[in-house]
Design a protein around this ligand. Sequence first.
Ligand SMILES: N[C@@H](CCC(=O)N[C@@H](CS)C(=O)NCC(=O)O)C(=O)O
Length: 215
Amino acid sequence: MGMKVYGPAASTNVARVLVCLEEVDAEYELVHVDMPSGEHKNPEHLVRNPFGQVPAFQDGELILTESRAIAKYVLRKGGSQLLRECNLSESAVVNVWLEVEAAHFNSAMSPIIFQCFVVPMVMGGTPDMKIVEENLNKLKKALEVYEARLSKFKYLVGDFFSLADLSHFPTAYYLLGGPHASVIDAYPHVKAWIADIMARPSVKKVTELMKMPSV
Ligand SMILES: N[C@@H](CCC(=O)N[C@@H](CS)C(=O)NCC(=O)O)C(=O)O
């Protein structure tokens, strides 16, 4: 039995796992979970992810949740160098920036994506601009730190691409495709870095999947 990812590709946390599978050219099956109808809260899905969230991941007997943990498993299994595990300090810094991505970039982008995409397109509502503004301010604070870092190094950890960079792609994809894309114009190094990430073949492949509503 091959690896299985449960969730819609359009979910940022699912896309983070898919891009790692593509990086290592793994064979996998993407099992769609219909979130608008609440399939992620069904008992079968709760067995795989007790928080009723996506993604869930299965490799034989092993069931995993948490996209960044799954991403690491997939990259290790596929023998990828994106974790820099041959070098203790480099791998430590990969983990630092992966945490930064979750705590500063994703945590600001996630409510923005919810308000600007999910509320109008899935729930038929109107975005709460107070939430959007608060999180744009939070994002800008993070981007100042990123800009300083990326003025010194080509990528977040150093002059090599790592999971820390790749992990930003799903939320960056929605930032670029949403109404607040111009936010990054004030941060030229960040803008070039995001363009570089988006040009990666694995990322291009997953962004195509993200555009397909039933995948
Ligand atoms: N920390 C988790 C977050 C997972 C998560 O928030 N998934 C969202 C979709 S992007 C979800 O399932 N939301 C539905 C819910 O929480 O009920 C991860 O990285 O996998």
